[in-house]
Write a protein that binds this ligand. Sequence first.
Ligand SMILES: Nc1nc2c(ncn2[C@@H]2O[C@H](COP(=O)(O)OP(=O)(O)OP(=O)(O)O)[C@@H](O)[C@H]2O)c(=O)[nH]1
Ligand SMILES: [Mg+2]
Length: 323
Amino acid sequence: MKELMNRFWAGEHRALARVISTVENELPEKDEILKEIYTKTGGAYILGVTGSPGAGKSSLVDSLVKEIRKSKELVGIVAVDPTSPFTGGAILGDRIRMNTHALDQGVFIRSMGTRGSLGGLAKTTKEVVKVMDAFGMDWIIIETVGVGQAELDIMYIADSTIVVLTPGAGDSIQTMKAGIMEIADIFAINKCDLPGADSIEMEVQLMLNFRDDHIKWRPPVVKTSTYNAGQGIGELLDAVKKHRSYLSEKGIFLKKRQERASNEVLDIINYQWDRLVRQHLGKPGPVSEMLAKVSAREVDPYTASSMIVKQIIEGADFQKNCP
Ligand SMILES: Nc1nc2c(ncn2[C@@H]2O[C@H](COP(=O)(O)OP(=O)(O)OP(=O)(O)O)[C@@H](O)[C@H]2O)c(=O)[nH]1
Ligand SMILES: [Mg+2]
């Protein structure tokens, strides 16, 4: 473990890959690792890229990374692919489409399929992002297919989110899943080399005109193509940087991060508290006795809950567990 972490802190990609696997596979060292890295996180800017299957997300990420790398900043990519857990086809495809960076030491790519529940995927993705963040990435780009709630959940950890649309009837924004349009900070109309890009752009602008929210940021709409040396890619990155400046100037960036930190602690408290109470349930003792009284209608559940909470807090040795 120590040796692995030394190599991790020294910036070795192979160590990064192993640390990510440890976290992904819930190995015993996982908690220790997440504790060790936490204070080194917070430096990366997290960019989400989402859109329908085949919209060109991976190609676009690849082009964006090329653009970002001009300034030598380090990039981590997390390609989340909950739709094809078994074939791995899309994951393989991502590797191929993003392989222009295979030899670039400033870029690290990780594909993640479904392991267990989709809800679990969101949690694991957050943890993997943290690992990349602590490793020293300046940017972390998360690619997900915007089809379900799990993907939307994943997007909540992004500082800026690009929603990728494409020309053609199949992608008409009326047919897009509700929710995905709302999370867009920037729209990319990709495959603008194909006919119909202008009309989808107009559709999006029209929708934005009618959007009645009080947030002052109007998502820019950028036409891109990853074909023929790329088009609009620099503009797309500029739009992301503009959004980033907007967030920090308005204090939204800090506020969001503070919110995220307290939510995280609350989540952990909930989890630990739940576990603590459940440990008492199976055993004979005051907690089980109280439950028996509730069941016998001798005590109401509200009184019982308060007493159980009091009982557990008084019984727990908090001092011992504090660092
Ligand atoms: N015409 C055109 N085709 C593109 C463009 N960008 C990507 N494609 C093609 O669109 C297809 C899908 O590209 P991907 O980058 O894999 O799209 P994706 O959204 O990551 O796909 P999934 O991850 O499978 O949902 C590929 O055949 C690409 O070659 C573009 O700018 N113009
Ligand atoms: Mg892809």
